[in-house]
Design a protein around this ligand. Structure first.
Ligand code: ZN
Length: 478
């Protein structure tokens, strides 16, 4: 039987606020266990939560970018459940009145665009972490993460394949990062994704029973987990079985999903409005302020690089996929206004060099790396350094402690354009290769390239190629 795959996604994005959702504790990742806690996030009795304004602003900003309606009045509720990493015995979350609703995000390239509807995006607090690494099977609880602000972004079941789901996730991640509301780091858990998957017979109207997947921390595993789950459900249905509504954990080592718990319904959580928190009012002024202060989104930037800088779609795509790379490109173009040349170097030599050094694009921040590339491009542009030398010695130009100019001087890399010096080299090359000279003079013009290569080699790559061409033509003709 042929099935249609139906996927919805819940994404939890940790918001990049300095402090937690309802207290003043820090949110930095990787601190010693339980050092970023206070009576509020430890769930001690007698304390009162206070809403983090920055988190609300970030939620509004994200909602606007996701084409959502921002609710003028929304409310926090208590979601009750027991777990050791949740000391209050409930999580503060938004339930019936979320801050953002009814938006969409577009995936796909020109022509194949598809709108994925966003059902809602709501604010909540993160739980702590249980660490099952103790001696003799003991478990520990680290509450540093407890109370970290999260924005949970929920789609309608609009996705029809794992590839579409991954495309949506990449797009969403890119958006959150360029909005500067989330660092998008999946390995550190700043961005977590929980797909729900069901199958239905092709042409059927009703949805099948859905299974939710948890514990996935990379794009690669998201895809693998969904593909496994589709195979598993297909087999169950083909054998006449029934899909159980449940939550399954992805096991990276085994490459399969296993039941974590049978799925609870909303009423299992006994949601009710948090009596410690007044309803949250979002004013028109606040929405407008966020709309105005929104950073340029990567999509707009990509378009600007194409329209204003005249870059091809490919270049613009590579540059804007990473904000720090785009910033670097722009700071170089400001000082060396030849966009395509700068783009070629940034997407080519610079990225390659970062890869070789196992470094990230944060290395490009600040004026130092900008100065290096711009100095080199200027020296190539005014003919001081040949393109070949610039390319061959790029790793050194880019990472040396000495300045680009200093290196050129010390290593004697100045391009040779002086005619008498070049003629001398050409004479030597001609004398060494009488056979090729004869071939050329008897009409075999392809040999010209051979001579150019030999002259360039003999000059250590420093000969000015245009000059070499001109002189060679004259000399070879005899
Ligand atoms: Zn705290």
């Amino acid at each position: 039987m042929a099935y249609e795959v139906v996927i919805g996604l819940e994404v939890h994005a940790q918001l990049l606020t300095a402090s937690k959702m309802f207290c003043g504790c820090g949110t930095k990742f990787g601190a010693a266990p339980n050092t970023q806690t206070c009576p509020v996030c430890l769930g001690l009795p007698g304390v009162l939560p206070v809403i983090n304004r920055k988190a609300v602003e970030f939620a509004v900003r994200t909602g606007l970018a996701l084409n959502c309606t921002i609710a003028p009045m929304n409310r926090f509720a208590r979601k009750n459940y027991f777990y050791p990493d949740l000391p209050k015995g409930y999580q503060i979350s938004q339930y019936e009145l979320p801050i953002c609703e009814h938006g969409w995000l577009e995936i796909g390239q020109n022509g194949t665009n598809k709108r994925i509807r966003i059902r809602r995006a709501h604010l909540e607090e993160d739980a702590g972490k249980n660490l099952h690494t103790g001696i003799a099977g003991a478990s520990h609880v680290d509450l540093n993460r407890a109370g970290t602000p999260l924005l949970e972004i929920v789609t309608e079941p609009d996705l029809r394949s794992p590839d579409e789901a991954v495309a949506y996730l990449k797009k969403l991640r890119e958006l959150l990062v360029s909005l500067e509301v989330c660092d998008g780091n999946m390995e550190e858990g700043s961005l977590r994704c929980e797909p729900n998957i069901s199958l239905r017979a092709v042409g059927a109207k009703d949805f099948g029973t859905k299974v939710e997947l948890k514990n996935i921390n990379s794009f690669k595993f998201v895809k693998a987990a969904m593909e496994y789950e589709i195979k598993r459900q297909t087999k169950v249905l083909d054998e006449g079985g029934k899909i159980m509504q449940e939550t399954r954990l992805w096991d990276t080592d085994k490459g399969e999903t296993a039941v974590m718990r049978s799925k609870e319904e909303a009423h299992d959580y006994r949601y009710f409005p948090d009596p410690d928190l007044v309803p949250l009012r979002i004013t028109t002024e606040m929405i407008e302020k966020e709309r105005k202060s929104m950073p340029e989104l990567s999509e707009a930037k990509r378009k600007r690089f194409m329209d204003e800088h005249g870059l091809p779609e490919y270049d613009a795509g590579v540059l804007t996929a990473d904000k720090k790379l785009a910033d670097y490109y722009e700071s170089c173009v400001k000082l060396f206004p030849q966009p395509k040349t700068v783009s070629n170097w940034v997407t080519g030599a610079v990225l390659h060099q970062l890869n070789v050094n196992n470094a990230g694009t944060e290395e490009l921040a600040g004026p130092e790396k900008t100065d290096r590339l711009v100095s080199l491009l200027k020296l190539v542009d005014n003919g001081t350094v040949s393109l070949k030398v610039a390319r061959d010695l790029f790793p050194e130009f880019f990472t040396s402690e000495k300045s680009v100019e200093q290196l050129v001087q010390e290593k004697g890399l100045t391009q040779v354009s002086d005619e008498s010096a070049l003629e001398k080299i050409i004479d030597e090359v001609m004398a060494k290769n009488p056979q090729q000279l004869m071939q050329y003079r008897s009409g075999k013009e392809q040999v010209f390239g051979f001579f150019v290569g030999q002259v360039m080699k003999a000059s250590g790559g420093k000969a000015n190629p245009a000059k070499v061409n001109e002189l060679l033509k004259r000399k070879l003709a005899g």
